[in-house]
Design a protein. Sequence first.
Length: 197
Amino acid sequence: MPFFGDIPKPARVIDSSMGWAHTVRCMARDTHRSAVYSVEDALGRQLDRGGTVEFFGSTLTLPIERRFADVASIQDYVDRVLSVIGPQLPPILLRERAGATKAHYEHPRGDRAGVIAIPLMLQGSRRWAARESVVLHEIAHHVTHHDPIGRSEAAHGATFCGHLIALHERVIGPESALMLRAAFDAARIPIASVEHA
């Protein structure tokens, strides 16, 4: 692990197979990263279609997730989500990211706010990252960064997963949160109990 004196340097973690990149401010190993991405990809396919789903003997109705046209529409969505879940949280800025394969969250530094970078280039006929589940994933990193417990964990640790589920419940709906929680449980991904405003 790289060190400068006694202070650990942030590590750049990139998973090119899933299209996510994160700057990790702690030195905890991110052992559940690929499993979290796999679960989110499976749920994302369900949210892309929406409709009814058979789920352990029950029928759930999933909404179709929102898709965004540009940075301004994503910024408006992020601002509205933050006003609902945590008006005390600092704002997040949005910017377009070069390329087409990775979205990421940049932790705040000094006077600079946290930033979500979303690629808007077409991949096939769609902008894969300009959708609700990807944006909520990045918002979960922001919320986790401002959580005193989550800040010391790996980027996709138990607190992050708890915040992601809470975001799905408040924003997309309880059906999405239930499916996400069950998939995390099935994959043995730890989930912390968290509270939002």
